[in-house]
Ligand binder design. Structure first.
Ligand code: FAD
Length: 611
C-alpha cells in the first residue's frame, strides 16, 4: 500500500538560527555532561529527526485522525502506521536523546530533545502523546524511584519496551486533583491494593507495547484529605517479574475511550483499577504521601511538552498556510483595482493575507524562542550544577517562572495561529483536503490538559512571582531591562525597543499590584485578572525574544548571503510587527487590571441569562 502524503513542515534555517545564533547552544556543547556533543553532530541530528518526522510520523497524521482509536474486545487498537512508527522511533534513538547513557540514551542537552519533541508532535501530535508520556513517566521513576524500580521499569520505558501514563484525573477530580478517591490498601508484603476509576488517561491503553506502566495518584487508607494525602504508585497493566518478564494481568481494565474533537489517534481512556480486588501497585521510591511532589516533576515535564506541542503544530500550520498563499491566485493587485482585466495575483500579495502570515510567523518564532530559552536554562543549570550554585539557581529560577507562560500562552496562541491558518486558506482551510482544520481541532485541548490555562495563571501569580522572595521575577525583569538599555538607541529597532520598555514597565508595576493584593488580603481580585497578567507577561517575554533575535539578524545583515539577507530581514520584520501590533496591548491590559472591574463577580447568578 502506498504511503500517505506527508503535510508536516518545519523551517530548519529558523531552528538553527534560534539554537546556534540566538540561544548559543554551542556554549553548553562539549561541556560536562554534554562532552560528546558538538555543533556539527547536533545539526546532523536535527536534520535526521526532521527526516523522520516527514517520512515516518507525518504521513500518518491525517489518516490517523480519520481512522481514530478503536476499543476492540477490551483493548485499544491504534491507527495504521502508529505501531510501526513507535518501533522505528526507538530504533532510531530519538526518544532517548537526552537520557543518560546508563539507560541506553545519548546524554544530549534537553534543548536537542526538545527539537525532536517539537518535530514529532508537529508531524503527528496524537502519535507523539504515547511516547511523550512514556518518557515523562520514566523520568519520574528515574528521579524518585528505588534502584530496583529504575532497573525494572524506568530502563524499559526509556527504551520503548514498556509504555507509561500519568493517572491523576477522576470524574469528580479534574482541576481539583485533591478530590481523588482512588484508594490504596497496604499489603503484608509492602505492596498496595489499588482500587478506583481514572478518566481522561492519555495512552491509557494501546497496542504499541506489551505492557503499560501507569503512574497512579491514590490515597492510602487513613491518609489526610486533599492533595497532601496523595501518594504515587507504579501500577503496571501486566505484572512484571523480577527478571523483567511479564506475569499475569493486574486487574486494570479499559472501560471506554473518549470520542473527541481532535487528537483522535491518541486513546483517551477511562481505566478501572482493582474491580476484582486484584490490582497491585508499589509506591514510587517507597515514599508515602509524596504523590503531588513526585507528580509535579511529570507535570512540569508535561507542561513544557505542551509548549512544544503548541509550537510544533502552530509552526506547521503557518508553513502550510504560507505555501498555499504563495500558490492560490485570487484578485488583482490593489494598485490595479480599476482594471478588471488586471492579472490575478497570488493571495500572499494582499495586505491582509500578509498581515495574517506575519502575525503567525511572529507568534510561532517568538513562542518557540521562549520555549527553547527555557530548555537552554535547563541545560545551563545542569552544566553549572556543583560548580556555580548561584548560576545554577538563576537558571532554575527562570525555568520555574517560564513554565506557566510557555504552557498557557503557547497553547492559547497555537490555537489562534491554527485559526488564522484556516482564514488564510479561505474555504479550502475548512475542508479535510488540507491539514489546517485538523491542526485547529488537535490543538484546542492544549489549553485544557496539564492544568487548564487558568490554573497556569494562578500558578504564575500565586506561586512563581513571589518564589524565593521574588528573585526569579526580578532577574527576569532585570534581564529585559538590560536588553532595553543596550538597544534603545538601535538605529533600526529603537522604536520597537521603546514599545518593549513600556511593556516592561507595565508588567513590573502590575506584578507589584498583585503583591499588594496578596498582602492586603484582597484575594478575590487575583483570579479575575490572573489570565490577563499571564498573557501580558508572556507578550513581554515573546516581544523581548523576538527583538533579541532581530538585533542579531540586523548585525549580520551586512555580510549575509542573498538568501540569508531575506531570512534576516524576515526576523526583523516579525519582531517589529510584534512590537508595534502586540506589545502596545500590554500597557492597556495593565490599565484594565488596575481599573479593578468587579462586574464578573458582582453579576447575580441569575443575571447571566433568564433561562
Ligand atoms: C484529551 C485529554 C487528555 C487528557 N489526558 C490526561 C491524562 O493523561 N491524565 C490525566 O490525569 N488527565 C488527563 N486529562 C484531564 C485533564 O487534565 C483535565 O481535563 C483538566 O485538568 C481539567 O479538568 P476537568 O476537565 O475536570 O475540568 P474542570 O476542572 O471541571 O474545569 C472546568 C472549568 O472550570 C475552571 N475551574 C476549575 N476549577 C477552578 C478553580 N478552582 N478556580 C477557577 N476556575 C476553575 C477550569 O479552568 C475550566 O475552565 C486529559 C483531558 C483531555 C481532554
Amino acid at each position: 500500500m502506498a504511503q500517505p502524503l506527508n503535510r508536516y513542515k518545519a523551517d530548519l534555517r529558523e531552528i538553527e538560527f534560534l539554537l546556534f545564533e540566538q540561544l548559543k547552544l554551542s556554549e553548553v556543547l562539549g561541556k560536562a555532561p554534554y562532552e560528546s556533543w558538538d555543533e556539527e553532530t547536533a545539526k546532523t541530528v536535527i536534520e535526521e529527526m526532521y527526516k523522520f518526522a516527514t517520512t515516518v510520523t507525518g504521513p500518518y497524521n491525517g489518516p490517523g485522525d480519520v481512522e481514530g482509536c478503536k476499543l476492540v474486545e477490551g483493548r485499544v487498537k491504534t491507527p495504521t502506521g502508529f505501531k510501526d512508527a513507535w518501533k522505528k522511533l526507538y530504533e532510531a534513538g530519538w526518544k532517548s536523546l537526552s537520557i543518560p547513557a546508563e539507560y541506553g540514551g545519548q546524554g544530549a542537552p534537553r534543548t536537542l530533545q526538545a527539537i525532536g519533541e517539537e518535530m514529532m508532535s508537529g508531524s503527528n501530535t496524537a502519535w507523539n502523546m504515547y511516547s511523550g508520556l512514556t518518557l515523562g513517566a520514566a523520568e519520574v521513576i528515574e528521579h524518585f524511584g528505588t534502584e530496583r524500580q529504575r532497573k525494572l521499569f524506568a530502563s524499559r520505558m526509556f527504551g520503548g519496551v514498556f509504555a507509561g501514563t500519568m493517572c491523576l484525573s477522576e470524574p469528580q477530580a479534574g482541576s481539583d486533583v485533591g478530590m481523588a478517591q482512588t484508594s490504596a490498601v497496604k499489603q503484608p508484603d509492602g505492596t498496595f491494593k489499588i482500587r478506583g476509576t481514572k478518566c481522561w488517561i492519555s495512552a491509557g491503553d494501546h497496542d504499541m507495547t506489551d505492557n503499560i506502566v501507569h503512574l497512579v495518584l491514590a490515597r492510602i487508607e487513613g491518609a489526610m484529605a486533599g492533595t497532601k494525602g496523595l501518594s504515587l504508585f507504579i501500577v503496571p497493566a501486566k505484572r512484571v517479574n523480577e527478571d523483567g518478564s511479564l506475569g499475569a494481568g493486574n486487574d486494570v481494565v479499559t472501560a471506554s475511550i473518549e470520542h473527541k474533537m481532535g487528537l483522535n489517534g491518541s486513546a483517551t481512556c477511562v481505566l478501572t483499577f482493582g474491580d476484582n480486588d486484584d490490582c497491585i501497585g508499589e509506591l514510587v521510591g517507597g515514599a508515602e504521601h509524596q504523590g503531588m511532589r513526585q507528580m509535579f516533576l511529570l507535570m512540569n515535564f508535561a507542561r513544557i511538552g505542551v509548549g512544544l506541542q503548541s509550537i510544533g503544530i502552530a509552526s506547521t500550520a503557518y508553513l502550510n498556510a504560507l505555501e498555499y498563499a504563495r500558490d492560490r491566485k485570487q484578485g488583482s493587485s490593489i494598485k490595479a483595482f480599476k482594471d478588471p482585466a488586471a492579472p490575478r495575483v497570488p493571495i500572499i500579495e494582499h495586505a491582509d493575507v500578509r498581515r495574517m502570515l506575519l502575525e503567525m510567523k511572529a507568534k510561532v518564532e517568538g513562542i518557540r524562542a521562549l520555549v527553547f530559552k527555557l530548555a537552554m536554562h535547563q541545560d545551563r543549570a545542569v552544566t553549572l550544577a556543583g560548580k556555580d550554585d548561584a548560576g545554577a539557581a538563576y537558571h532554575q529560577g527562570q525555568v520555574d517562572l517560564l513554565v506557566p507562560l510557555v504552557k498557557a500562552y503557547g497553547s492559547d496562541q497555537a490555537y489562534k495561529v491554527c485559526e488564522l491558518a484556516i482564514q488564510v486558506y479561505g474555504g479550502a482551510g475548512y475542508t479535510h483536503d488540507f491539514p489546517v482544520e485538523q491542526y485547529a481541532r488537535d490543538s484546542k485541548v492544549f489549553s485544557i490538559y496539564e492544568g487548564t490555562n487558568h490554573i497556569q495563571s494562578l500558578d504564575l501569580v500565586a506561586r512563581k512571582l513571589g518564589q524565593n522572595a521574588g528573585k526569579g521575577t526580578q532577574e527576569f525583569l532585570g534581564d529585559i531591562a538590560k536588553f532595553v538599555a543596550a538597544h534603545k538607541g538601535h538605529a533600526e529597532l529603537g522604536a520597537a525597543v521603546a514599545e518593549l520598555e513600556k511593556a516592561h514597565e507595565a508588567v513590573a508595576s502590575t506584578a507589584m499590584q498583585f503583591l499588594g493584593w496578596f498582602q492586603g488580603g484582597e484575594m478575590e481580585r487575583v483570579p479575575l485578572v490572573a489570565n490577563r497578567f499571564l498573557e501580558m507577561m508572556s507578550e513581554l517575554a515573546v516581544g523581548w525574544q523576538l527583538l533579541e533575535g532581530a538585533s542579531i539578524a540586523a548585525a549580520k545583515l551586512g555580510a549575509a548571503s542573498e538568501k540569508d539577507k531575506s531570512f534576516y530581514k524576515g526576523k526583523i520584520a516579525a519582531a517589529v510587527f510584534y512590537a508595534r501590533n502586540v506589545l502596545p496591548s500590554v500597557p492597556s491590559t495593565a490599565k484594565i487590571i488596575a481599573s479593578g472591574d468587579r462586574s464578573a463577580l458582582d453579576i447575580p447568578a441569575d443575571g447571566f441569562a433568564s433561562v
